[in-house]
Write a protein that binds this ligand. Structure first.
Ligand code: ZN
Ligand code: ZN
Length: 410
């Protein structure tokens, strides 16, 4: 038997009889660097070739798997408990990060988990006098304040700079901090006298933080989606999702799927012991289908609706998406290369729609243009994509442009 992360799917084992992909909804099964493989697709191919059984496990299956695989249902939780009741808290018109009811619940629960999918202290800074905003010099994104280390950081390229004492444009010392991340939330909860533990990518020893929380008599574990992943703390009786619709605001067809998975997974972390539990979901979008379904523990209802939506819009699993990104020091050559790709694909009759090109935000000092192919048939589309890149990337006028192709982008 071989047990391991994503790359274990390539283990050189003979006579494979069973491949188990646990938590199959996790986007990290897709490797985002080169080679861009999706371990779930590799597992399916390997199982097929070897005549092995493929078993995918998840409380929040992806629409792709839900449609393609035979379903075996676990009607009870492993611990025999019922899923905890979930209450939605409408945060429209509220400025605070936490609703008063959430604060009350946290103050009375012995152990709780709070999910906020945003690191740092505040998400962006601007000048109250002139409106100047602190942006990354390499990417078109706002810098995030990390108060513990007294620096601003770009979460895309890693750029760091010191926290400004005054505005670099007008000299004003009135710098406003907007939005709250996990660092800020931990501070606020500690102010209320609650023992706090934090788990996010900025924490040096995540294992240590988890063990300390497990040993503690009472306390709050605060963190990003890392806190929603598979931990089993039987004495946690309260789960809180802060800003549950944050993932819905991404311009991504998987936004609903991700939001549902995140809220439902956190709900699965609370009330695992005999004391039971409950979950509070703070959101600005209480009527969003993914939030409503997650609060009702209704994976089937969510997936039925999501599959219907995707079929109507022709998104996976009803089509294959191929994403091309052309990047260069300036936008015009990047757009020119993406346009040439689009022309080549259309001229050679790629079996699907060619969407774009459209500019993306600047990343790591590179301007970027994106092109999407939405194809009904996978193989011919992948072949056409390869041919288009071969033809365009080799041309002299696109020197200095980098090309990346991603089949099934996440
Ligand atoms: Zn200013
Ligand atoms: Zn950056």
């Amino acid at each position: 038997m071989c047990v391991g992360p994503r790359s274990a799917v390539f283990a050189p084992l003979a006579d494979v009889g069973l491949i188990v992909v646990d938590e199959e909804h996790d986007p990290s099964y897709k490797h985002e660097g080169d080679p861009r493989y999706d371990a779930r697709r590799v597992a399916a191919k390997r199982a097929l070739d070897a005549g092995a059984l493929l078993l995918c496990g998840s409380a929040t299956p992806r629409p792709e798997s839900y449609r393609a695989l035979r379903r075996l249902r676990l009607s009870r939780r492993v611990d025999g408990q019922h899923p905890p009741p979930v209450r939605t808290i409408d945060m429209r018109g509220t400025d605070a990060a936490l609703h008063p009811d959430t604060v009350d619940a946290l103050a009375t629960a012995r152990k709780s988990i709070v999910l906020l999918n945003r690191r740092g202290w505040s998400n962006f800074l601007d000048c109250r006098s002139c409106g100047h905003a602190w942006m990354c010099p390499n990417c078109d994104v706002a810098l995030v304040l990390h108060r513990a280390g007294a620096y601003l950081a770009c979460h895309h390229c890693g750029h760091r700079e010191r926290v400004p004492q005054h505005c670099t444009e007008c000299g004003s010392v009135s710098v406003a901090r907007h939005g709250a991340g996990t660092e800020r939330l931990e501070h606020d909860l500690a102010q209320l006298g609650l023992p706090t533990f934090r788990l996010d990518a900025d924490v040096r020893d995540p294992g240590g933080a988890l063990r300390a929380f497990e040993r503690a008599e009472r306390g709050v574990l605060i963190g990003t989606q890392m806190v929603a992943k598979g931990h089993d703390f039987p004495d946690v009786t309260l789960g809180v999702v802060v800003d549950a619709d944050a993932t819905l605001r991404f311009p991504d067809f998987r936004a609903e799927e991700r939001t549902f998975a995140l809220v439902a997974q956190l709900a699965g972390r609370a009330g695992r012991g005999e004391a039971g539990g409950r979950v509070l979901v703070q959101t600005l979008a209480p009527d969003a289908p993914s939030i409503v379904a997650a609060t009702q523990h209704d994976a089937d209802g969510f997936l039925a609706g999501e599959l219907a939506r995707r079929e109507a819009l022709r998104y996976p699993p009803f089509a294959t998406l191929i994403k091309f990104v052309c990047s260069a020091e300036a936008l015009p050559p990047a757009m020119a290369a993406a346009t040439a790709l689009a022309d080549h694909l259309r001229a050679h009759g790629v079996p699907g729609d060619v969407l774009g090109p459209a500019p993306l935000f600047r990343l790591r000092e590179r301007e970027r243009a994106q092109l999407i192919v939405k194809a009904a048939e996978r193989r011919p589309a992948v072949r056409a994509a390869g041919a288009a890149v071969d033809a365009v990337a080799g041309a002299k006028e696109h020197k200095g442009v980098s090309f990346s192709v991603d089949v099934d982008p996440q």
